[in-house]
Design a protein around this ligand. Structure first.
Ligand SMILES: Nc1nc2c(c(=O)[nH]1)N=C([C@H](O)[C@@H](O)CO)CN2
Length: 117
Protein backbone atom coordinates (compact mmCIF):
# COMPACT_ATOMS: atom_id res chain seq x y z
CA UNK A 1 0.00 0.00 0.00
CA UNK A 2 1.12 3.54 -0.73
CA UNK A 3 1.20 6.29 1.87
CA UNK A 4 0.79 10.04 1.88
CA UNK A 5 3.12 11.47 4.52
CA UNK A 6 2.95 14.46 6.84
CA UNK A 7 6.09 14.68 8.97
CA UNK A 8 7.10 16.91 11.87
CA UNK A 9 3.92 18.98 11.69
CA UNK A 10 3.91 21.49 14.55
CA UNK A 11 0.62 22.61 16.12
CA UNK A 12 -0.14 24.61 19.25
CA UNK A 13 -2.91 23.59 21.62
CA UNK A 14 -4.04 23.59 25.22
CA UNK A 15 -3.10 20.16 26.57
CA UNK A 16 -2.03 18.63 29.84
CA UNK A 17 -3.14 17.00 33.06
CA UNK A 18 -1.96 19.76 35.40
CA UNK A 19 -3.83 22.98 36.22
CA UNK A 20 -1.00 25.19 34.98
CA UNK A 21 -1.18 23.49 31.61
CA UNK A 22 -4.79 24.61 31.17
CA UNK A 23 -3.64 28.25 31.00
CA UNK A 24 -1.01 27.97 28.26
CA UNK A 25 -0.66 26.69 24.73
CA UNK A 26 1.95 24.01 24.11
CA UNK A 27 3.49 22.72 20.92
CA UNK A 28 2.89 19.20 19.67
CA UNK A 29 4.85 17.48 16.88
CA UNK A 30 2.86 15.16 14.64
CA UNK A 31 3.84 12.52 12.11
CA UNK A 32 1.22 10.86 9.91
CA UNK A 33 1.22 8.03 7.42
CA UNK A 34 -2.04 7.89 5.44
CA UNK A 35 -2.62 4.78 3.38
CA UNK A 36 -4.00 5.32 -0.10
CA UNK A 37 -3.43 4.05 -3.62
CA UNK A 38 -1.58 6.92 -5.26
CA UNK A 39 -1.68 5.41 -8.76
CA UNK A 40 -4.99 6.97 -9.97
CA UNK A 41 -3.79 10.45 -8.94
CA UNK A 42 -0.38 9.88 -10.45
CA UNK A 43 -1.85 8.61 -13.71
CA UNK A 44 -4.29 11.52 -14.06
CA UNK A 45 -2.00 14.04 -12.30
CA UNK A 46 -5.08 15.13 -10.34
CA UNK A 47 -5.10 16.33 -6.70
CA UNK A 48 -8.75 15.25 -6.35
CA UNK A 49 -7.75 11.60 -6.69
CA UNK A 50 -5.42 11.54 -3.70
CA UNK A 51 -5.26 12.71 -0.07
CA UNK A 52 -4.40 16.42 -0.08
CA UNK A 53 -1.66 16.73 2.58
CA UNK A 54 -2.06 20.53 2.64
CA UNK A 55 -5.81 20.34 3.34
CA UNK A 56 -5.26 17.66 5.99
CA UNK A 57 -2.52 19.70 7.66
CA UNK A 58 -4.82 22.73 7.82
CA UNK A 59 -7.58 20.58 9.34
CA UNK A 60 -5.16 19.31 11.99
CA UNK A 61 -4.20 22.87 12.91
CA UNK A 62 -7.87 23.90 13.26
CA UNK A 63 -8.57 20.75 15.32
CA UNK A 64 -5.70 21.60 17.68
CA UNK A 65 -6.96 25.14 17.98
CA UNK A 66 -10.52 24.08 18.82
CA UNK A 67 -9.90 21.31 21.36
CA UNK A 68 -8.47 21.25 24.87
CA UNK A 69 -7.57 17.80 26.18
CA UNK A 70 -5.72 16.51 29.22
CA UNK A 71 -3.96 13.58 27.54
CA UNK A 72 -2.00 13.23 24.32
CA UNK A 73 -3.81 9.89 24.04
CA UNK A 74 -7.16 11.70 23.76
CA UNK A 75 -5.75 14.19 21.26
CA UNK A 76 -4.45 11.34 19.08
CA UNK A 77 -7.62 9.24 19.25
CA UNK A 78 -10.02 12.11 18.58
CA UNK A 79 -7.86 13.52 15.77
CA UNK A 80 -7.65 10.10 14.10
CA UNK A 81 -11.45 9.78 14.29
CA UNK A 82 -11.94 13.25 12.84
CA UNK A 83 -9.56 12.72 9.92
CA UNK A 84 -11.06 9.34 9.07
CA UNK A 85 -14.56 10.85 9.06
CA UNK A 86 -13.67 13.85 6.92
CA UNK A 87 -11.16 12.37 4.46
CA UNK A 88 -11.06 9.10 2.53
CA UNK A 89 -8.51 7.53 4.88
CA UNK A 90 -8.87 3.77 5.32
CA UNK A 91 -5.81 3.38 7.53
CA UNK A 92 -3.47 5.74 9.30
CA UNK A 93 -0.53 5.77 11.67
CA UNK A 94 -0.31 8.88 13.84
CA UNK A 95 2.44 9.91 16.24
CA UNK A 96 1.81 12.77 18.67
CA UNK A 97 4.88 14.03 20.52
CA UNK A 98 5.04 16.60 23.29
CA UNK A 99 8.61 17.94 23.27
CA UNK A 100 9.88 19.36 26.53
CA UNK A 101 7.30 17.60 28.70
CA UNK A 102 9.94 15.43 30.35
CA UNK A 103 13.18 17.24 31.14
CA UNK A 104 15.61 14.50 30.16
CA UNK A 105 13.73 13.26 27.10
CA UNK A 106 13.83 14.79 23.64
CA UNK A 107 10.11 14.17 23.47
CA UNK A 108 7.35 11.91 24.80
CA UNK A 109 4.05 10.91 23.29
CA UNK A 110 1.99 8.21 21.64
CA UNK A 111 1.76 6.40 18.31
CA UNK A 112 -1.51 4.83 17.14
CA UNK A 113 -2.65 2.96 14.06
CA UNK A 114 -6.32 2.88 13.10
CA UNK A 115 -8.32 1.32 10.27
CA UNK A 116 -7.82 -1.46 7.74
CA UNK A 117 -4.71 -1.36 5.56
N1 LIG B 1 0.72 8.77 28.96
C1 LIG B 1 0.71 10.10 29.31
N2 LIG B 1 1.40 10.48 30.37
C2 LIG B 1 1.40 11.80 30.72
C3 LIG B 1 0.65 12.74 29.98
C4 LIG B 1 -0.10 12.28 28.86
O1 LIG B 1 -0.79 13.04 28.15
N3 LIG B 1 -0.04 10.94 28.57
N4 LIG B 1 0.68 14.05 30.35
C5 LIG B 1 1.39 14.49 31.38
C6 LIG B 1 1.49 15.92 31.68
O2 LIG B 1 0.51 16.70 31.03
C7 LIG B 1 2.91 16.36 31.28
O3 LIG B 1 3.02 16.37 29.85
C8 LIG B 1 3.26 17.71 31.81
O4 LIG B 1 4.65 17.92 31.66
C9 LIG B 1 2.15 13.58 32.23
N5 LIG B 1 2.11 12.21 31.80
Amino acid sequence: MDHVLIEALEVDTVIGVYDWERTIRQRLHLDLELATDIRPAAQADDIHLTLDYAAISERIASFADAHHFALVETFAERLADTLRQEFAIDWLRLSVRKPGAVANAASVGVRITRGQA
